[in-house]
Design a protein around this ligand. Structure first.
Ligand SMILES: [Mg+2]
Length: 230
């Protein structure tokens, strides 16, 4: 790679652990629901359906996840739906906000190295306050020249970012763990992309990688491999 590149970098499950806390909340929910016949995978499928519909209306984040869990409970519970039980269910999601922020191995050193040679933008989706809180707690903000928190990372949001920041598409790379939000829409917008897999990526983010544009697609094993790539 020659010269300075614009690196757009995802946050959740790329820089720090995130989905594991949602999975823990889901496990607690399954225990509390205590369904007589549905397996956790079957309950997950119902929740996925609710999350897919609600994310279009309300977006993402722990508060929305709490609402989704409550709807799932109301749909599946085999006992009377009591207000206090709905509160308990919401509590599983709210605890996500109190979880420690755990950086993924090698992230800080890699960002320190990359930021000395390239132009870094943090590009994340979710609830603005919640994402901002995680950025602050991570201490990683100083490596980024720019931060953008959007409602959805789709082709339109990549196009908007390219316009706003006057990015040269051929020298711009999206780096992240999600085929759905990081890789495919960036390629559709004519950017390059680096896929950094995470074993616990959210089910709704796991779609097939596509190659729809002129950009390059590179897959690495771990975040620290970026130091050799760039
Ligand atoms: Mg991510």
């Amino acid at each position: 790679m020659h010269g300075t590149q614009s690196l757009l970098i995802d946050a959740d499950d790329t820089l720090w652990e995130n989905n594991i806390y949602f999975e823990q909340a889901f496990d607690e929910f399954v225990g509390f629901l205590d369904h007589s016949s549905l397996s956790p995978a079957q309950i997950r499928a119902v929740l996925d359906e609710i999350e897919l519909a609600n994310s279009r209306i309300h977006g993402y984040g722990s508060l929305n996840f709490g609402r989704n869990l409550q709807q799932c409970y109301a749909r599946l519970a085999e006992r009377e739906i009591r207000p206090e039980d709905l509160e308990t269910v919401k509590g599983f999601a709210l605890r996500i906000l109190e979880q420690p922020l755990v950086l993924i191995e090698g992230v800080e050193e890699t960002l320190a190295d990359l930021s000395a040679r390239h132009d870094l933008t943090l590009f994340t989706k979710g609830h603005p306050d919640e994402q901002r809180m995680k950025i602050d707690r991570s201490g990683l903000g100083r490596y980024f020249r720019h931060t953008a928190i959007v409602r959805e990372k789709d082709r339109a949001s990549y196009e908007a970012l390219v316009q706003e920041r006057g990015l040269d598409r051929a020298r711009t790379w999206m780096i992240g763990n999600s085929p759905k939000s990081d890789i495919n829409p960036a390629l559709e917008a004519g950017l390059n992309a680096v896929f950094v897999p995470h074993a616990r990526t959210w089910t709704l983010e796991r779609t097939r990688l596509r190659r729809p544009g002129p950009g390059r697609l590179v897959a690495v094993e771990r975040f620290s491999d970026l130091r050799e790539l760039f």
